[in-house]
Design a protein. Sequence first.
Length: 293
Amino acid sequence: MTAFRPGQSPPPVSRPIRRGKERGSRSAIGRLVVGGRRDATAQARSCGTCVLACADTLPHPMPARPPPPMSIDPLPQLRPTPLPPPRPNTLPAPARRRVFRAAIALVSSAGTAVAVLARSGEAAAARVAASPIEGEALDVHDGDSFTFRGEDGRRLRIRVSGIDAPERHQPWADQSRRHLGEMLRGRRLRIDPVKQDVYDRTVAKVWVLDDGLAPADAALSLIEAGLAWHFVRYRADQPPADVPRYAQAERAARTRRAGLWQEPSPEAPWDYRSRMRRNEAVPPRRARTDPEG
């Protein structure tokens, strides 16, 4: 062993050089180093010792080879499934006609049944509405309407059927209202309902029942006094026998010049209402600003 002084680095250790295989490996390493780089394929074929020595001498490692690109199979194209062909009509023509006629007959019979049921319901409602009600008058609104209270306590707004009395702002409106009030108040009444009007009033024929006397027709009494018109427009709501009687009573009142027929040309209530509606539809004229007026 060789002695060395303190502070002096030990001499390099000499390694025995193997002949043959190692010498050939080092010569192979020298051939692999080209321009400061190495061939990874040739390096992989060298021994382990030479690989370590080569790694110490090369300046930087060799970059890794990129992986080969992956091949992606395209999605299979979806093809629409063809519809099955329509089934042929196996029924002969006469059979098809019989089936068609049977279907039409079934639909017609169902419609007829619905119509019959509807008519029967309407008839039942008409019979209920036509049942007479007895009671008394509570308040008279004008010459052809008042509030009625039945014996069962029900209150109804009654529109006298068959007549049309003057409207509130027409001439003879107060006299017509007074005449109806004097005839109804304190008397026993019977009403025969006909229908409901657009104002939810019960249109009815009104009878005044006096003990020991025949019932008096309130509408006919107003026509005879010249305080109401025969409402010809709604004569279909009247009993057939009342139409000629009311028309005759109006002609007689005109001849006697009773009540409103004293006027030279009295305006019928329906004409008055139509005129009022037209006036309401027309916008008012602007006030004149001319100082000369």
